[in-house]
Design a protein around this ligand. Structure first.
Ligand code: MEV
Length: 315
């Protein structure tokens, strides 16, 4: 049997890092996808093929799989084989158009699509159950994930995420035109999250105050999104970026990109873990093309993003 699933990448509009500490975050799924194909094979192996490599594992290898690129996929496959007590294996193929390691949710989208494709070889699951499996798989490489990224990749559209109380869909459809610029500096989300943890421990009072102010920004953002007030949304993105700078997750290249972006768009900020990765710029539709050209003239890798309303898709 063969099963296929695809899930979108994501951006975080507001609230990355603070979301790990209980502040709400606003996320959007974007129109770049990862597709995972899973297939039963007779041999007792788990084979994984993707654009970042290819490997074949025996079923006895769990715990010794140290390559972070393969661990969540191996985990998901092994879990299903064990649960259904099968003496057979699974071949997994991953195809992606989401740039990896730059804050656009490639790893979460992969966990979501893989959880759906692999589990469907054996059983039917709801989106909620698939999300739970995907988060478990992601935790094999990033223990402290808030779960926000897998949630948006599973459900698509735009959500407000709260680590403690779950998420809700933002059902009004603001006319957001976003341009993404990629610094092409890859990061380890886990390392950057640990760096922010150190910051929070060394600057307790200040961090608590920042969490409070970030919560205010999120509430403001929800009202502005409802009113389609993109001009003021841009302004609070600039404010949010100041907090991210203070957390120490920016760098010189990102600062240069943000400076340029703020001159040509309504507002810009890092999206995702930072430490490199991508920035997002909010624009008016008519300006997007010009902004992309201007950024490309400076050799920045830049493209526009539309909201993906579909989320996880199985076929
Ligand atoms: C990474 O895309 C988002 C972070 O807030 C981590 C998380 O929420 O798990 C940095």
């Amino acid at each position: 049997m063969k099963s296929k699933a695809s899930a979108p990448g994501k951006i975080i509009l507001f609230g990355e890092h603070f979301v790990v500490y209980g502040v709400k975050a606003i996320l959007c799924a974007i129109d770049k996808r990862i597709t995972v194909t899973a297939e039963n094979v007779q041999e007792e192996i788990i084979s994984i093929k993707s654009n970042i490599g290819e490997h074949e594992f025996s079923l006895q290898e769990y715990g010794t799989v140290t390559d972070l690129r393969f661990k969540p996929l191996y985990y998901l496959a092994k879990k299903m084989i064990d649960k259904h007590k099968k003496r057979s294996g699974i071949k997994i193929t991953v195809e992606s158009d989401i740039p990896s390691g730059v804050g656009l949710g490639s790893s979460s989208a992969c966990c979501v699509a893989a959880a759906a494709a692999i589990s469907r070889l054996y059983e039917e699951n709801s989106k909620e159950e698939i999300l739970k499996m995907a988060i478990e798989a992601e935790r094999t490489i990033f223990q402290n994930t808030s779960g926000a990224d897998c949630t948006i990749c599973a459900f698509g559209g735009m959500i407000i995420f709260d680590k403690k109380n779950g998420f809700s869909k933002i059902d009004y459809k603001p006319e957001l035109h976003l341009v993404i610029a990629n610094s092409n500096i890859k990061h380890s989300t886990e390392k950057i999250v640990s760096k922010v943890k150190k910051f929070s421990e060394n600057n307790r009072e200040e961090f608590l105050d920042m969490c409070k102010r970030e919560s205010e920004i999120i509430n403001q953002a929800l009202t502005l999104l409802k009113n389609n007030d993109v001009r003021n949304l841009g302004k609070i993105m600039i404010e949010n970026q100041e907090f991210l700078e203070r957390l120490g997750i920016s760098n010189e290249k990102i600062q240069n990109m943000i400076k340029m972006a703020n001159n040509i768009s309504l507002g810009a900020k890092i999206t995702g873990a930072g430490g490199g990765g991508c920035i997002i710029m909010l624009t008016n539709e008519c300006d997007s093309k010009k902004i992309i050209e201007t950024m490309r003239d400076k050799n920045y890798d830049c493209f526009d993003a539309r909201i993906d309303f579909q989320g996880l898709d199985t076929f």
